[in-house]
Design a protein. Structure first.
Length: 371
């Protein structure tokens, strides 16, 4: 009998128990030493769950989660399968982190700033006001010390995290009145997560965070006065143009927001080395894929919003942005002073930005402004 087929069948039938560790060389160890110096991979199969903070199949975010699960399954030849759950299907959208920590699901797909109430420093790992674009942020994650810090902040929770997508520069949000001065933001109840919300609070607004799927209703029935969500592709999908008249840019609060995969460390450590590697590389591939998806679809979605839905597009006035920038830096410095880990992360980010920004200015930024 074909050994692979036998092991798979045995695994499904439960005959192999919780750890059906049989390798292609026939021993009972996860590391398969074939005795001739070569190694063979374990044929044990794993079935993971991935809980997400997004509606099932939501463009970009939900489809990005599906893609990550799909490529892990394909690259592992079915030895590690990941079943994706939309927000609320297995756990509520904002309980993804807790579910992964508990082991209810082995993986989560969400945004690090959603957990800032539990881990203040997590907000630095998604979108930081007036900080980095997607390209700059990826540089920090992979080559600027960001990944090590990311792993450090989640370690006490038994979670390993990787960036798995980027929305690119977001939009400033949906408003039912024009924003001509910072005073127009005062008293405004707005859905805006992470540091952006802290900045709004500092200038006199009231930030709230509610799951994306509830935004349209909240805006329409007046529970909130304004909202930001992501950008044209995602905002069009939720029909936010039906509940607000003005669409402001830029997303000063989220200049290049990273999404994240959270992984239960115990479940990850139980995988053979090649499957661990597949998970890590799949996260890297999914990171690039989601960013490309947003880049490709935001333009056509913006065109639809303007041409078919008569959305009023507005830039925030420069003096409003200048005040928001001042408030943002104050919020970031205050958090860095109040929380040791936040201080460590913000110091790393600032040092990296000091080096990378001059390059961006003479590289992509100079070119884009003149092409
Ligand atoms: Ca957002």
């Amino acid at each position: 009998m074909d050994r692979r087929k036998f092991v798979k069948t045995a695994g499904i039938a439960g005959l192999a128990g919780t750890a059906g560790l049989i390798t292609a060389c026939g021993n009972q160890s996860g590391t398969a030493d074939c005795g001739d110096g070569s190694t063979a991979r374990s044929e044990e199969t794993f079935e993971w769950k991935m809980v997400t903070t997004w509606p099932r199949d939501f463009p970009g975010l939900g489809t990005g989660a599906n893609y990550l699960a799909q490529i892990i399954g394909e690259m592992s030849g079915g030895r590690l399968t990941v079943k994706v759950y939309g927000g609320g299907e297995l756990v509520p959208p904002f309980e993804v982190f807790d579910a992964v920590q508990r082991g209810t699901a082995e993986m989560g797909h969400g945004g690090a700033y959603y957990w800032k109430g539990k881990i203040p420093a997590s907000a630095f790992f998604s979108g930081v006001p007036f900080a980095m674009t997607a390209s700059e942020l990826n540089g920090w994650y992979y080559y600027g010390g960001g990944m090590e810090l990311y792993h450090e902040i989640y370690k006490p929770f038994g979670i390993i995290a990787y960036p798995i997508g980027n929305s690119g520069t977001q939009m400033g949000g949906w408003f039912n009145k024009e924003i001509n001065s910072v005073d127009d933001l005062k008293g405004l109840k707005m859905r805006i997560p992470g540091f952006g919300g802290e900045v709004l609070k500092r200038i006199g607004g009231t930030p709230v965070n509610i799951p994306g799927a509830e935004l349209f209703t909240a805006l329409q029935n007046g529970t909130i006065d304004a909202t930001e969500w992501v950008g044209p592709m995602n905002d069009l999908a939720f029909g936010l143009f039906r509940a607000a008249k003005y669409y402001y840019y830029p997303g000063w609060h989220e200049p290049g927001t990273a999404l994240e995969a959270t992984i239960n460390a115990e479940a990850f450590n139980a995988l053979p080395a090649d499957l661990q590697s597949i998970v890590v590389i799949a996260c890297k591939a999914a990171n690039m894929d989601m960013f490309a998806h947003f880049e490709a679809r935001n333009g056509e979605s913006l065109e639809k919003l303007l041409d078919e839905h008569a959305v009023e597009l507005r830039p925030f006035p420069d003096d409003v942005l200048a005040e928001l920038k001042g408030a943002s830096l104050a919020v970031l410095e205050d958090q860095a002073a109040a929380d040791e880990m936040s201080g460590k992360v913000w110091t790393s980010m600032k040092a990296y930005m000091e080096q990378v920004r001059p390059w961006t200015e003479i590289g992509s930024q100079y070119f884009v402004n003149r092409r």
